[in-house]
Ligand binder design. Structure first.
Ligand code: HEM
Length: 170
């Protein structure tokens, strides 16, 4: 199903994620979290993190937001290419910084590092496909990375006990 928004068509996935983000911001503005017994985000926890973690989180949130824009906006245009390159830089930063981070599995790499390898291989593959005008391969590679990398890895960071959970809930 495709939702018609005037002349432009917004994919349902982008619409749902965008609406969820808007709901989150609106809920925070009207103080819903506080009325449910939650507290303001613990920014001090983020400020106390090593630079590599701060860089990882900033790049991940930027890549997530820009990814939504890229999905919703027209493809193949100059803005798509320019923003696409910026997205590639953000994603490379997310995956590369994660190679210097451990914790879930002590000092050894955990299963999430498989996502880092997947992203570092898929990024050049997706760019090469675009340059060779293999649109379907490009679309599948980039969408797979956004869903597999951003949405799954991102959602997993908000699991109880992990840093983002503690920032919001702990
Ligand atoms: C919105 C998206 C994301 C957010 C907010 C985020 C946030 C974080 C945070 C806060 C940590 C360190 C603290 C903790 O483990 O709780 C972390 C660790 C990690 N992240 Fe992310 N991340 C995101 C996306 C990604 C993506 C796309 C990848 C892979 C390409 C990735 C790979 C990793 C890895 C490998 C670790 C280290 C896990 C370990 O301790 O073994 N993250 N992330």
């Amino acid at each position: 199903m495709i939702i018609d928004a005037g002349k432009r068509r917004i994919p349902p996935l982008v619409l749902s994620l965008g609406l969820m983000a808007l709901f989150g911001v609106a809920a925070a503005l009207i103080g819903l979290p506080q009325s449910l017994g939650l507290h303001r985000p613990r920014w001090d926890l983020l400020a106390a993190q090593p630079l590599k973690v701060q860089v990882h989180i900033a790049a991940a949130l930027l890549a997530f937001s820009l990814g939504l824009v890229l999905f919703a906006a027209p493809k193949g245009t100059l803005p798509h290419r320019t923003l696409g390159w910026i997205w590639v830089v953000f994603m490379t930063t997310v995956a590369a910084s994660s190679l210097f981070m451990t914790g879930l599995n002590g000092t050894a790499y955990s299963w999430i590092h498989m996502l880092s390898g997947y992203v570092l291989i898929s990024l050049p593959a997706g760019v090469i496909a675009a340059r060779r005008h293999k649109v379907l391969v490009h679309q599948r590679t980039m969408t797979g990375m956004f869903l597999g990398g951003m949405v799954i890895a991102g959602a997993f960071t908000f699991f109880p006990g992990r840093l983002m959970w503690r920032v919001i809930m702990g």
